[in-house]
Design a protein. Structure first.
Length: 88
């Protein structure tokens, strides 16, 4: 349910990383790893399921907004996510 802006003590600018600031050239990342990177965590950081779900809420739109700057690779198996990386 929407909340009035006045019910929050403070708001912040919605400032996201640029793909080249977040990812290393020549590397491909899963959406889960991107979610961690967007929060300043290591791609392999251990997270509980609830936290990971919240971080995915940030990562999926980020991938869509930056799609022109990214490439995608198919997962290696049906039970794995795809991979994303910087476009050359």
């Amino acid at each position: 349910m929407p909340r009035p802006k006045s019910s929050f003590e403070e708001t912040y600018p919605c400032d996201f990383y640029e793909p080249e600031d977040l990812m290393e050239s020549g590397q491909l990342y899963t959406v889960y790893e991107i979610a961690r990177l967007l929060q300043g965590l290591e791609p392999t950081a251990e997270l509980d399921r609830e936290t990971e779900d919240i971080l995915l809420d940030w990562a999926i739109p980020w991938i869509m907004i930056n799609a022109d700057d990214l490439v995608v690779a198919e997962p290696q198996s049906d039970d794995e996510p795809g991979y994303y990386g910087l476009a050359d």
